[in-house]
Write a protein that binds this ligand. Structure first.
Ligand code: IMP
Ligand code: MG
Length: 450
């Protein structure tokens, strides 16, 4: 049986998706190693940061991807869908860095001819826009908002097909002229800037030329051939452009069901898995009902910093109202819960409804800023293993904790601490879809399956 899965975040991003997709790639190879695995990114851009820790004999090897799908760390084939904000400069850099360790990519990268390219002027425009906003979004300044504005505007979208063709210099000039007033106000001289970008991109364009594909047709060949397909989401449900916390969100459609339309695949052929961090976190601006001052130390001890911007992530109590809606919107078949080790030895309360004005509700309103969390009377606590308080650097504690984590994995789901098992049972009842995996460490393999 081929593995066909789409994996998305159920909170505000940084749920630990990269770790879970890494596990699922390994799973696909175990199920049938004779088939290829293609790993596809379907939205977002280098605003995402995907961190993977690979256990080796001498310690953990850290790998971070932004523009490249993180399957790059497992030597899979790679696909870039038409809705991605594709940053060629960062992509080539990440692929080159990975090449030494992870092999040759000739013939194994497919970029949709439709995909728009994200270039430096998108970043300049991102800063221009954020400066002018009275309500700051807290963007990662990767150019994402202006990029999707160009896609929607239509003529200012430079497709990957344009990018690798001889049309590129003229297309670039047209678009820079379109944004001339904004770019000049940010100190750019259009003639010089255009030349500068052409010079930077000429070698990259040559390098990427062979990766242009009519992706929707190529993916059908993977389906027919019985190959594995894993689709990775970036960011998380509450940053979705339509279903997130408007206007504090990113600019792409990032629900699982959006993946299928853009890639020409059918939801019927796929399992959808959601990733949930026990405690939600948020970087950038915008409301987070269960945010609590006393939890910020959990974030600090767990190294909760943005992989792209280095900003500190705000931490909140588990919010099942939020998760239940995310499960509905994504049509999630099963949930992977992460950072269960970081959450040990603390009493967790759980938000099961909100109070808005005088009304109680279990629905997420458009404006979350006035929603007060109402916590269930029951609280949960578990202890997995004895560990130092500061787990912010996984590489430092790996030697000490790897054997302890391994014992828990060996013992299996039924032998997890009682408090955790109760938490999972109650969570399943409330949310309506089951937790199917419990991540108890940052490294590949540190996962208890249900
Ligand atoms: P932008 O997508 O860079 O414009 O940022 C918009 C909002 O989404 C900001 O609050 C960012 O911090 C947040 N954001 C964007 N990408 C990610 C991500 O991959 N993880 C978490 N937050 C993100
Ligand atoms: Mg991230």
């Amino acid at each position: 049986m081929a593995v066909r899965e789409c994996i998305v975040g159920l909170e505000w991003g940084d749920e630990g998706k990269a770790k879970i997709v890494d596990e699922r790639i390994a799973h696909a190879k175990r199920v049938n190693g004779n088939k290829r695995v293609i790993f596809i990114r379907f939205q977002g851009g280098p605003n995402a940061g995907h961190t993977i820790y690979i256990p080796t004999e001498t310690g953990l090897k850290k790998f971070v991807a932004h523009a490249a799908p993180c399957g790059i760390a497992s030597n899979t084939d790679l696909g870039i869908g038409p809705s991605v904000a594709f940053d060629p400069e960062k992509f080539v850099k990440e692929v080159d860095e990975a090449k030494a360790t992870f092999g040759d990519y000739t013939g194994r990268i497919m970029i949709s001819e439709r995909t728009g390219v994200l270039l430096d002027y998108h970043r300049v425009l991102d800063m221009y826009q954020e400066q002018r906003r009275s309500h700051k979004v807290g963007t990662t300044a990767s150019g994402i908002g202006p990029f999707y504005m160009c896609n929607a505007e239509r003529t200012t979208r430079i497709t990957f097909a344009d990018y690798v063709s001889d049309k590129f210099p003229d297309r670039l000039r047209e678009v820079l002229d379109w944004f001339k007033p904004q770019l000049e106000s940010m100190g750019k001289n259009i003639d010089d800037y255009c030349q500068e970008l052409i010079t930077i991109h000429n070698p990259i364009r040559k390098n990427l030329k062979d990766f242009k594909e009519r992706l929707e047709y190529r993916l059908q060949e993977y389906i027919k051939g019985g190959h594995h397909i894993i689709i990775e989401g970036a960011q998380g449900t509450y940053l979705d452009v339509d279903m997130g916390t408007i206007p504090d969100q990113t600019s792409s459609h990032l629900l699982a069901q959006d993946a299928f339309s853009g890639l020409g695949l059918s939801r019927r052929d796929f399992k959808i898995y959601g990733v949930e961090k026990v405690y939600p976190t948020r970087v950038g601006n915008g409301p987070m009902p269960t945010l609590a001052e006393e939890l910020q130390e959990v974030g600090a001890n767990s190294g909760e910093k943005g992989a792209t911007t280095g900003r500190v992530r705000r931490v909140g109590y588990p919010d099942w109202v939020l998760i239940k809606r995310a499960v509905l919107l994504n049509d999630v078949d099963g949930i992977y819960i992460t950072r269960v080790d970081n959450a040990q030895d603390r009493n967790w309360k759980v938000c099961t409804q909100y109070k808005i004005g005088d009304c109680l509700t279990k629905e997420i309103p458009l404006d979350l800023s006035n929603a007060k969390p109402i916590y269930d009377a029951k609280t949960y606590e578990w202890h997995l293993f004895n560990a130092p308080k500061d787990l912010s650097d996984p590489e430092k504690v790996d030697k000490q904790l790897r054997p302890l984590r391994s014992n828990i994995i060996q013992a299996g789901f039924d032998n997890l601490p009682e408090g955790l098992l109760k938490y999972i049972k109650k969570h399943n009842n409330y949310v309506g879809r089951p937790i199917i995996g419990i991540s108890i460490g940052p490294a590949r393999g540190e996962l208890v399956s249900v």
